[in-house]
Structures are given as C-alpha cells and as structure tokens.
Design a protein around this ligand. Structure first.
Ligand code: GLP
Length: 246
C-alpha cells in the first residue's frame, strides 16, 4: 500500500488524475471503476481538465460504476447514475455502450448484481478502481460488518451513512434510500489497482483505522491492506492521524 499526501484536495485530485491518465495512455482500453460522493467532485474536475490539456482519448475505455442506491432514479441528483452523468460521464468521450451502471430500479436486485459481476468478469475485470471512504470506514456501500469476501449485492445502509449522504438528497436522511446495490469488498479487491481518495478531518479516523488498524469487517476499507496495489491519496487533514506516511 502506498500513501500520497498533498496539501489540498485539489492537489490530491490532480495527482489522482495524473495516475489515471498515465494508465489510460499505457492502456487505451482500460477498465475503470468510478465512485460517487463529494470527494469525487474535484477529482473528476481535475481529470477532465488534464485530459483535455493532454489530449488523451477515452474512447476505448470501459467504465463500471461502484454502486447505486436501491430505488434511486437517474433524474434524482442523489442517485449515483445522476451524479456520475453530471460530474463526469456527460463530458467524456466514452461511447455509451462501454459505460456500465448498476440499475437501482431493477425488479430483481439479486439478478441485477449477478449480471453486473458477470459483465465485469467478461470485460476482463477492473483495472483501476477509484474509491472514496465513508466516515465509518465504508467503501462502495459496504458498511461495517460486510464480509471481506462479499461480491456485488444488495446491502443495507447504516443510519450514519444516510445522515452523511443526506446533503445529496435535499438534506433529509429519511429521503436517502435505505439499501444500495454495491460492488462487494471481494469485488473491489479483485481490481488490479485501487486508488482511494480522502479529504478533510472528518475522514481522518477512518483513514487511520483503514491503514494502521487491524484488517477487520468493522472497517471495510482495512481490507485494502490485503491488496497488492492500493494507493491512498490524502489531503493533510485526512492524513493527520497517521503515524507513518509511507
Ligand atoms: C458514498 C459512496 C462511497 C463514498 C462515500 C464518501 O457512501 N457510496 O463510495 O466513498 O459516499 O462520500 P463523500 O465523498 O461525499 O464523503
């Protein structure tokens, strides 16, 4: 595991964008897993700016979204699909047939998750998975207690996560769906490279437990300690509790 600390969220985002663009240049048909959450806003901004400046084409890329709220309609600003479309997908030259999203409205969630796992496998697996982290240590929508071997599935959301994500649902935690379809922790660990971004003091405790604590289902992000190519990209505040930075 590698730790990169930069002074501001924008500096972290720029470094993450640089890493992704390097990989796309090496492999124009890269399979990229994308996350949602406010942490991703500066990252997608930096990615789009650098991509334009450096004339990198994304038309060979394959994209998979990390998760989706159960019942989240695309036109709802809080839905992962809506978020990704607004912040990155609409501005990217990835053909729509190469963009894969979880359908939070699928009548059979289990079948939808199985379809997604199979599609990822057929595509050759995720090359680079972008991740944020919840204040409680969740990755994707794998809340504390999720199996470290879990695959894409329907999972319950904790009150803490519904509270934290309420700002994208008009401020009301009760308006946030209580379940989500999410790549599992095992699915995430199957990605060849994981890039986890975290900003702000509110993430410092989760980041410290994930990196320096035991590998435990109570802190889903700690599973990344078992992954051979993970980079934590942190601003100073998110890194504040770490006793080592390399
Ligand atoms: C959601 C997403 C996670 C993300 C987390 C952090 O719960 N499912 O993938 O890491 O939010 O969100 P934020 O970046 O807004 O703090």
């Amino acid at each position: 595991m590698r730790i990169v600390v930069a002074s501001t969220p924008d500096a972290v985002a720029a470094e993450a964008a640089r890493l992704v663009l390097d990989r796309v240049r090496q492999r124009p048909d890269l399979v990229l897993g994308l996350a949602t959450g406010l942490t991703m806003v500066p990252f997608y901004r930096a990615l789009l700016v650098r991509k334009a400046r450096e004339h990198v084409s994304f038309d060979g890329l394959r994209i998979f979204a990390l998760d989706e709220y159960r019942g989240g309609r695309p036109e709802q600003p809080g839905s992962c699909r809506g978020f990704l479309e607004r912040h990155v997908l609409q501005q990217l030259d990835v053909p729509s047939g190469q963009i894969h999203l979880l359908d939070g409205l699928a009548p059979d969630a289990e079948a939808e998750c199985a379809r997604y796992e199979e599609l990822m496998a057929r595509t050759g697996g995720i090359d680079v998975q972008i991740l944020g982290i919840g204040g409680n240590g969740h990755i994707g929508f794998n809340e504390p207690g999720s199996s470290l071997e879990s695959r894409t599935r329907l999972a319950p959301l904790s009150q803490a996560t519904r509270q934290a994500n309420a700002r994208q649902w008009g401020g009301d935690p009760q308006a946030v769906p209580s379940e989500a379809l999410t790549m599992g922790i095992g699915t995430i660990l199957s990605a060849r490279t994981c890039l986890l971004l975290a900003f702000g003091a509110g993430k410092a405790a989760a980041v410290q437990s994930a990196i320096e604590g035991p590998v435990t289902a109570s802190v889903p992000a700690s599973a990344l300690q078992r992954h051979s190519d993970t980079v934590f990209l942190l601003d100073e505040e998110a890194a504040a509790r770490l006793s080592r930075r390399e």
